[in-house]
Design a protein around this ligand. Structure first.
Ligand code: NAP
Length: 266
């Protein structure tokens, strides 16, 4: 996990839509403060006021509510020159900018625009293990705003930059991928239970085996090399892998990832 640097002294973060996803972020932002005292304020029914008082804003409401929240009079001024970190799945930066600035289309805004970053974490954020997909960004994003956004995201794990047209596939891989890998663990556990291993122990063993394989790959080993290292020709692992290859599991995984990607794009 990347090391975090302290957020700027006196920095104020507003979270609009503090549900499951944002709560986890908040928990880790506060956790990283250690013994430093950090006042928390709840602003009820006035998102503009919350944005006005903040140095940066996280938007984590339901995707369909984002535009409505940003269209409220005073919001574009409250966000002027600030970082807006959007966690809204499937909502592009262009859509958010249209909501904020459509009225002034063509006109030069009297105050600076905000700097929007689209960032989609996954549920492993709860353990600071999210691989957050960072896609769309406002044009002319200042380095400091981007660095601040990354620093906030480091509180919940690592992040990866992708191009706008890769965002749907990357979200399928990283956000939905958590469900796919958990589903595979479930399948391994069921199979192990059928072989007589007690379920809770099988779950722990399967999960740690997956984490171990992941650790090897994360540390730079090629997954195909890891597979080859475990597989003696004609041996037991080779027998099982042959079943997987024969069942076209790789092709099925590709179809599943594609189906999720298309749904995210739709
Ligand atoms: N959960 C994940 O794993 C995950 C992963 C990646 C991205 N995301 C994205 O994160 C966002 C939030 O997901 P979530 O799972 O955290 O949802 P959630 O728990 O339902 O949180 C949404 C929050 O937004 C609040 N809200 C609704 N309308 C609002 C308004 N007008 N002003 C201020 N707050 C408002 C809701 O309050 P009320 O409950 O009072 O309505 C709720 O607390 C979504 O856009 C989702 O695409 C989630």
């Amino acid at each position: 996990m990347p090391a975090t640097k302290p957020l700027p002294s006196g920095f104020t973060l507003a979270i609009i839509g503090c549900g499951k996803c944002a709560y986890i972020l908040l928990e880790h932002v506060l956790g990283d403060l250690g013994d430093r005292v950090c006042p928390i304020e709840f602003v009820v029914g006035d998102n503009v006021e919350a944005a006005r008082r903040a140095d940066a804003v996280v938007l984590s409401c339901h995707p369909h509510q984002g535009s409505e929240i940003l269209r409220v009079p005073g919001m574009s001024e409250a966000l002027a020159d600030k970082l807006l970190l959007s966690m809204l799945g499937g909502v592009s930066v262009t859509t958010l900018e249209d909501s904020l600035y459509a009225k002034s289309a063509g006109a030069v805004p009297s105050l600076g625009r905000c700097h929007i970053i689209q960032a989609i974490p996954n549920v492993a954020a709860a353990r600071k293990k999210s691989i957050t997909v960072v896609g769309d960004r406002s044009a002319c994003m200042p380095d400091e705003a981007l660095e601040l956004g990354q620093e906030i995201l480091r509180r919940i794990g690592d992040h990866a930059f992708v191009g706008t047209n890769q965002m749907a596939a990357a979200t399928a891989l990283c956000a939905s991928g958590t469900a796919f890998f958990s589903w595979l663990v479930e399948a391994m556990v069921d199979a192990a239970v059928a072989e007589g291993i007690e379920r809770s122990e099988a779950t722990r063993m399967a999960a740690l085996t997956m984490a171990g394989a992941a650790e090897l790959v994360v540390s730079g080993e090629d997954p195909a090399v890891v597979t080859a290292r475990v597989t003696t020709p004609g041996g037991a692992t080779a027998r099982g892998l042959a079943v997987l290859e024969h069942s076209e599991v790789k092709e099925t995984v590709a179809i599943a990832l594609r189906a999720t990607t298309l749904k995210i794009r739709s």
